[in-house]
Ligand binder design. Structure first.
Ligand code: HEM
Length: 187
């Protein structure tokens, strides 16, 4: 540390899956996701919800343009499984809506863990969604949201919303990544 501050003493490690609210709180503190950010996310919620379908379609259209991500949405005959895609868009819409509420509750923290497991522990023939695609998907979500904020909000509100969502999405990503790592205590 360069400013002479002493880091707070850490307690014994804990397994994130045994206390997801704590893991999320710790990550929020680490990225500096504070009350102002949560307020900016909630203020942006009406705009996000108005564009929910466009945002989810943007992500899935993108997934379909790359063989490495499209393969999770194809039928055995190689055609896009439209019904499955619609279900996936619906799931992504729910995630977006709940994220926009920024209610980082006990229930939401375990919901996020289950979303991670749904990607990282799949038993289907196509296997797990690779972790680098999950990371890339968060980047796509950040870009799509920033575009919506820029077109709908004042410059100042758009910047605040983009900064706050970036923090929130990467806290979420740290939860999704737990599904890809062997369980081990964190500090
Ligand atoms: C920003 C990152 C992502 C988020 C927030 C997200 C969100 C979700 C949610 C909420 C579900 C429903 C989970 C459940 O039923 O419990 C889901 C399922 C699924 N997602 Fe994603 N997703 C992401 C990235 C991806 C990527 C990159 C792919 C593939 C390229 C993908 C493919 C799938 C598939 C195949 C399922 C169905 C899982 C199963 O039940 O087999 N997702 N996603």
């Amino acid at each position: 540390m360069t400013d002479g501050a002493t880091p707070a003493a850490s307690g014994p490690g804990y397994l994130p899956g045994t206390d997801m609210p704590r893991f999320i709180r710790d990550m929020m503190a680490f990225v500096g996701l504070g009350d102002d950010d949560l307020a900016a996310i909630r203020r942006s919620a009406p705009v996000v919800l108005r564009h929910e379908q466009r945002l989810t379609a943007t992500l899935y259209d993108h997934f379909l343009t790359f063989a490495r991500s499209a393969k999770f949405f194809l039928r055995e005959d190689g055609e896009v499984d439209a019904a499955r895609l619609e279900r996936r868009k619906h799931s992504l819409g729910r995630w977006l809506r709940e994220s926009a509420e920024a209610a980082l509750t006990h229930e939401f923290s375990y919901y996020l863990l289950s979303v991670g497991l749904a990607h990282g522990h799949r038993s289907q023939a196509t296997g797990a969604i690779p972790p680098h695609l999950m990371i890339g998907a968060m980047s796509l979500a950040q870009t799509a949201l920033a575009g919506v904020f820029e077109s709908e909000l004042s410059h100042e509100d758009a910047a605040a919303a983009a900064v706050a969502w970036n923090k929130l999405l990467l806290v979420q990503l740290s939860v999704l990544m737990l599904a890809y790592l062997p369980p081990r205590p964190v500090l």
